[in-house]
Ligand binder design. Structure first.
Ligand code: DLZ
Length: 152
């Protein structure tokens, strides 16, 4: 993990089934997040990984709910929402955040939150785990999900 105060996590996720649910808007940034999550899961020894693609971040909670009900040990939710000229940004961000929180609390399945909510594309690219990015939020979300399963 990165950023001030972030923990260093040593994880053994062998034997876990993890589902990555990923939105499709802003494909370059999404490619970085998905790759970062997969790298982190591989580092943690998670061999059973599935990827479910949905159109937008608004659709992430229902995909996460399906994954949890189908027996995933953890879900990693990835999306990118970039502020536009209308209040749409706030509604999509709120729906994704609250929806994913509800899924975790209602099912007891840890959900790693890797939804970037950014003012512009540059902010998103800086967090996408791509060459030149300062942060790798896809990896962080995957590590958080696995760490939470192991803590419970
Ligand atoms: C409609 C929309 C807009 C304007 N922006 C984004 C975005 O930046 N990131 C994202 O993941 N999804 C966006 N969407 C799509 C919504 O999440 C959703 O897919 C549609 O409203 C259809 O339900």
């Amino acid at each position: 993990m990165s950023g001030a105060g972030a923990p260093t996590l040593e994880l053994d996720g062998s034997g876990l089934r993890v589902v990555v649910v990923a939105a499709s808007w802003h494909d370059v940034v999404m490619d970085g997040l998905v790759a970062g999550a997969h790298r982190a899961l591989e580092r943690a020894g998670v061999a059973d990984v599935a990827l479910v693609r949905v159109p937008g971040s608004f659709e992430l909670p229902v995909a996460a709910l399906h994954a949890a009900r189908a027996g995933a040990d953890a879900v990693v939710a990835l999306g990118v929402v970039i502020r536009g000229g209308t209040p749409h940004f706030d509604y999509v961000c709120h729906a994704a955040t609250q929806g994913l929180t509800d899924v975790a609390l209602q099912t007891g399945t840890p959900v790693g939150f890797g939804v970037l909510t950014c003012d512009d594309e540059a902010q998103a690219l800086d967090r996408a785990g791509l060459e030149g990015s300062r942060e790798d939020k896809g990896a962080e979300a995957a590590e958080a999900a696995v760490a939470t399963v192991l803590a419970l």
